[in-house]
Design a protein around this ligand. Sequence first.
Ligand code: FAD
Length: 503
Amino acid sequence: MVASSVYDVFVIGGGINGCGIARDAAGRGYAVALAEMNDFASGTSSGATKLIHGGLRYLEHYEFRLVREALMEREVLWAMAPHVIWPLRFVLPYQKGGIRPAWLIRLGLFLYDHLGGRKLLPPTRTLDLRRDPAGRPLKPVFGKAFEYSDGWVDDARMVVLNARDAADRGATVLTRSKVVSARREGGLWSISVKDGASGTVNVHQARMLVNASGPWVDQVLTGAFGRNGVHNVRLVQGSHIVVRRKFDDARAYFFQNPDNRIIFAIPYERDFTLIGTTDRDYVGDPKDAKISEEEIRYLCDAASEYFAEPVRPEDIVWSYSAVRPLYDDGASKAQEATRDYVLKLDEGEGAPLLNVFGGKLTTYRRLAEHALERIAEAIGAKGAPWTATSRLPGGEFPVDSYPAQVKSLRASYPFVEEAYAERLVRCYGTRAADLLGSATTITALGRNFGGTLHEAEVRWLMKNEWAQTAEDVLWRRTKQGLFLSAEEAAGLEEYMAGVRRAA
Ligand code: FAD
C-alpha cells in the first residue's frame, strides 16, 4: 500500500454526477481527485434516452421543481456544449379517445413552454399529420399531433468532457480504479483505491468524500464504508433498442402507450432509429443489466402501434440497458418514483461525506452546484459558481454555428468527407482539428478499423480521453460500434492492447 496526497474533495464515481461535481470543484480551486472503477460513463450515464429535457411526463407526477430546473438547464447546457448537445423537435401524435385528452396535453405543453426560461428553442405548435411529413411513417389513423422542443445529448461524451475539463483544471482523475474502503482517521478520510490493471492498492487522504456512485451508491456504503441496513435507492432498469432508420424526418416521436407510459423514437447516428425506454424494478449488480425478451416485445409492440411499418425483434441491430438510481420515496410503481435528486451530508466525526442519490443528465450541472454548496458548508467555501457560462472542451463556438464548424473543418482538411466531418465535429467540436493534426490525406490518419474510425482518432482518444479498450472507443467515445463487424472490433482491441503495452 502506498499513501499519496491529501485532497480537499475525493469523488467516487465517474458518471455524469461525479464528473460534474469534480469539474465544478476543481474550477473553484479545491484540490480534487476522482476515482472511477471502470471507464467513464460505463454505468448509467451511457445508457440513457439521451434527452436534455424538462420531462413532460413528470408534470403528471407534480414534479414541478425538477421540471422547471431541467427546462431552464436546456439552453444553458446547449450553449456549454453545442457539439454534443443540440435541439430536437418532438412530434406527439394525438388520437381522439386516446390515453390523455387533448386539453391535458395542451396544458402540459403550455406549462412546458412557459415554466423554464425558454429563449432560443421554438414553442409548441399543432401539426396536421395528413399534410406534414411527420405523418408519413405513421399509421393514417393519426391525423393530428403536437410538436414541441427539447434537446439531445451524447451522454457518454458529455461525461468524458466533464472529466477532461476537471483534469485540465487540476483534478486527479483515475479510471479503472475502484474505491474498496473508506475510513475516517484523525479528521480525514483514508481511501483505499484498487488499480484494475495491476491490483495495487493506493491510499489517498481527503478532507471530504463525495459518493456519486449512481446505482452502486448503497453497495459502496455497505462495501467500502462498512455500513449496515442501507437502502436509499430504488433500482429501475430501462432498455433501448436501435433499428435501421424508420423515418427520414429530423424530428423525434413521443408515443403514448396504453399502460400510460411513453416511449420515444429518435433519429440516431444518421442511419438508425433509437426506441426506448422501459421501466422495471431491478435486482442485482447494475453492471449486469441486459434487455429481456419481454422488454424487446414491449418496445416493438409499442412502436408498431404508431409506425405503419411494424418494428420487429429481427430489425434490432443493437440494444442497451441501464439502471436508474432513483431516490427511494416509497412510490409503488417504478415509473412513479421521483426523478429528482437528493443530496445527504453525513458529518460524523469530523470528515464529512456527501451522498448523491438520483438525478438526471439534464440536471447534473445544477446538482453539482448544489453539491458545492454542501461542500462549502462542510469544509469551507472556495470560489463562486462558474459553470453556467462555461464551455466544455470543444464547445467553444456559438450554438447556431455547427454547420460553419463542419465547413471550416472541411476547408482545412478537404480529404475529409462530409459525413465524416459532421461526425468529428459532433464528437470533438473545435478539437477535431487537433485530432486530425497535420494530416493532408486520409492515409495519413493511419489504419482504418472500419466505419470512419482511423488510427489517429484511436490514439487521440487514448491520449486525451482515457480510452483503453475497444469498447471505450466503439460504444462510449464514439458510436462507431454500430458500423464495425465483430472481426473489425477484435482488430481494434488487439491494436489498443499493443499501444497500451508499448506505453
Ligand atoms: P453512473 O453514471 O452510474 O455513475 C456512477 C459511477 O460510479 C459508475 O461509472 C460506476 O462504475 C462508478 N462506481 C461505482 N462504484 C464505484 C467504486 N467503488 N469505486 C469507483 N467507482 C465506482 N436523464 C436525462 O436527463 N435524460 C434522459 O433522457 C435520461 N434517460 C434515461 C434513461 C434510462 C433508461 C436511464 C437508466 C436513465 C436515464 N436518465 C436520463 C438518467 C441519467 O442517465 C442518470 O440519472 C445519470 O446518468 C446518473 O449518473 P450517475 O453519475 O449518478 O451514475
